[in-house]
Design a protein around this ligand. Sequence first.
Ligand SMILES: C[S@@+](CC[C@H](N)C(=O)[O-])C[C@H]1O[C@@H](n2cnc3c(N)ncnc32)[C@H](O)[C@@H]1O
Length: 275
Amino acid sequence: MGPVVNIQQSEAWNGWEGRLWAENPDRYNGMLDDFNAALFTAAEIDEGHQVLDVGCGTGRTTRLAAELATRGRVAGIDLSAPMLARARADAAGIPNIEFVQGDAQVHPFPEAGFDRAISRGGVMFFADLVAGFANIRRGLRPGGRLAFIGPTAPNPDGDYTRATAALAEFMSGPSPAARGMMSMVDPARIDEVLTEAGFRDITVNRVEAIEVLGEDAAAAAEFICSLGPVQFNLQGLDKSTVDKIRDEVRAGLRRYETPQGVQVPGTVWLVRATN
Ligand SMILES: C[S@@+](CC[C@H](N)C(=O)[O-])C[C@H]1O[C@@H](n2cnc3c(N)ncnc32)[C@H](O)[C@@H]1O
């Protein structure tokens, strides 16, 4: 692994929260996959492009980028050894993919080596956001593009918040891996960070999509209660209290059950910028 300055994040994503993602990629992808189309439309990856996937995790978007950059190459970088192990296993046999364990804030990317940098929720965690994005920009050729999606601020009237209202009083702080996750929920802040990092032509747009949380309300409630940020906040409670919360979440999710699973509308920021 190269140099790491985000040590707390590295420990978190190499610990139990990283293992949760590594062991359950289908569940996390179910939650996020409906946002992929917007991300890849913004990225405009050509068949000859060199692409960097920042915070690639278990590699879903890395593999999708490799299907587009057929004559190019895609590099996924991530802090998490367990998630990268899963990414490498799932990308076995794909010739134009490589994975690197490293801290994207300081990793020595080849200067101007990439045409595109993409990320599905892996760029909000830098302790120094401007330094992180400036480092990614140095890896992009002049005119190269950054496209990423990241979380919006929690919406108290949103479907997810209402469906999981039983959790609210117990969610007192972020889990170790979630620290920094909300660092760029303000579009003005996104613009400020990227401008300071040297990007231009910055656009920030809200995108809505469907998060599939499980095959039925029981499976979705189980998944939600297993998420790192939730599990972390429920850990001190006795079993009967956790069972009651899970039952209430299951009841809240029932109205979102469809033959294609529990489908809850969600939103992200889609950000595009040019070097
Ligand atoms: C919310 S997960 C998203 C994973 C993946 N992009 C996906 O959509 O499934 C965030 C990812 O960012 C990675 N990450 C966080 N900070 C990082 C950093 N400084 N350098 C590289 N990866 C980082 C984490 O290890 C984790 O895999």
